[in-house]
Write a protein that binds this ligand. Structure first.
Ligand SMILES: Cc1ncc(COP(=O)(O)O)c(C=O)c1O
Length: 428
């Protein structure tokens, strides 16, 4: 059976009309020295081969120009972050002035909440999902406390229904409506990090706005993975990191979207720094602060050129591959993987990610049946077979075929490796 799926996968790879850009990435080797089946793009994307060249160009600019690289480098350092803006805007469904690359996700989330969580005695609740990424919850609770509220008073967390792993859209709307008068901010993921569930951003934003609340999103697992239309969906703000599907490298600068209705309104509070100040006046070194119109007005510091260069290398590949084609390929790869898992492993592995294309991106989250120890054993067997996946407590293995560099054979190899283990374990 597994031979059949491997043959089928190779056949699909050979005849793939849109094969992605696999040979433009470094593929980490498995234990046998051959490329591993790298299914961890939801955690850390792979290194584009061109990243080294782009970083080397900035080293050369530093070596030959010193401080003058700020203005005279081929890509001047004072505005280096602008290099990535149009690419990110295309991925986010936004205008350039609604986007900026800066800081890290959690830092940006704080900056956004400073501006867009504006509690009053009557309306001070932040609504999040019960399984929110811990850093988001920490940030939210600390913002509540900063404003003098406790989590008990002002944090509402929505859990899936008993016995269900994912949330129903209608339940999210009902939760927003139920506490509507008290909610100041709805903070939601684009794609849930543990379950891989993709949400309908427009629907959530509409419900939040109908209740009189702001709608902000953590797009760590969504950007570069699922189509986004942040401007048209009327999202107030969004933040993301760039080391997952965007392949920017560990700790790469994150990104921010601020809807132009806010970006062009300078009345609200914000934390400021000199890089958010009017570009033409920045080096006048005066005391006044006049924000750059748009998302750039939330910048604090000058851009980390060496950290942005790998991101630029990767974003160019997104354009080259074309976003629509990548999404079509992603659906094919993830659909193939889901089918192969279901047919070959049946009940031994439960896919908790929704099966509907519109409710998932590349990632599938697999709940390994049996106790935790057994699940850990299954997971450990994958690395020794040249499969790179990741583990989330208590029994979840996350895998994501990234359409830029994964192929059908990577998917078939994962299923064969799980199958091999299941047989061996059953026979022990
Ligand atoms: C969903 C989600 N939110 C927030 C973060 C935190 O990101 P950072 O360390 O860049 O602040 C992560 C990191 O993996 C994440 O997956």
């Amino acid at each position: 059976m597994k031979e059949y799926w491997l043959r089928l996968a190779r056949d699909r790879d050979t005849n793939d009309p849109h094969p992605g850009l696999r040979d433009r990435f470094h593929l980490p080797p498995g234990p046998d020295g051959k490329p591993a089946a790298y299914l961890c793009g939801h955690s850390l994307g792979l290194c584009p081969r061109s990243a080294r060249t782009l970083v080397a160009e900035e080293f050369a600019a530093w070596a030959t120009l010193g401080v003058e690289a700020h203005t005279r480098a081929r890509r001047p350092w004072v505005s280096y972050h602008e290099q990535v803006t149009p690419y990110l805007a295309r991925l986010a469904g936004a205008s350039d002035h609604e986007i900026v690359a800066m800081n890290s996700l959690t830092t940006n989330l704080h900056l956004m909440m400073v501006s867009f969580y504006r509690p009053t005695p009557e309306r001070n609740v932040i609504l999040i999902e019960k399984g929110a990424f811990p850093s988001d919850r920490h940030a939210v609770v600390s913002q509540l406390e900063y404003h003098g509220y406790s989590a008990e008073e002002a944090l509402v967390e929505l859990a899936p229904r008993a016995g269900e792993a994912t949330l129903r859209a209608a339940d999210i709307e009902a939760a927003i409506a139920r506490d509507g008068e008290r909610i100041a901010l709805v903070l939601w993921p684009g794609v849930q990090y543990l379950t891989g569930q993709a949400f309908d951003l427009r629907r959530i934003a509409r419900a939040a706005h109908a209740a009189g609340a702001m709608a902000g999103f953590d797009l760590a697992h969504a950007i570069g993975n699922v189509p986004l239309l942040l401007h048209d969906d009327d999202i107030d703000f969004a933040v993301w990191c760039s080391y997952k599907y965007l392949n920017g490298g560990a700790g790469a600068p994150g990104g921010v979207f601020v809807h132009e209705k806010h970006g062009l309104d300078f009345s609200g509070p914000r934390f400021t720094g000199w890089w958010g100040h009017d570009k033409r006046m920045r080096f006048m070194m005066g005391p006044e602060f006049r924000p750059i119109p748009g998302a750039e007005g939330w910048q604090l510091s000058n851009p980390p050129v060496f950290a942005l260069a790998p991101l630029l290398a990767s974003l160019r590949l997104f354009d080259e591959a074309s976003l629509n084609r990548l999404r079509a390929r992603s659906l094919e790869l993830t659909g193939f993987l889901a089918d192969a898992l279901t047919v070959q492993l049946g009940d031994a592995v439960k896919i908790i990610t929704p099966s509907d294309d519109s409710a998932r991106g590349a990632q599938l989250s697999l709940r390994i049946q049996g106790d935790r120890e057994r699940a850990r054993f299954v997971f450990a067997s994958l690395a020794s077979q040249g499969i790179l996946a990741d583990w989330r407590e208590p029994n979840i293995i996350r895998v994501a075929p990234a359409p830029l560099y994964n192929n059908f054979e990577d998917c078939a190899r994962l299923v064969a490796a799980l199958h091999r283990y299941e047989n061996r374990h059953d026979g022990d």
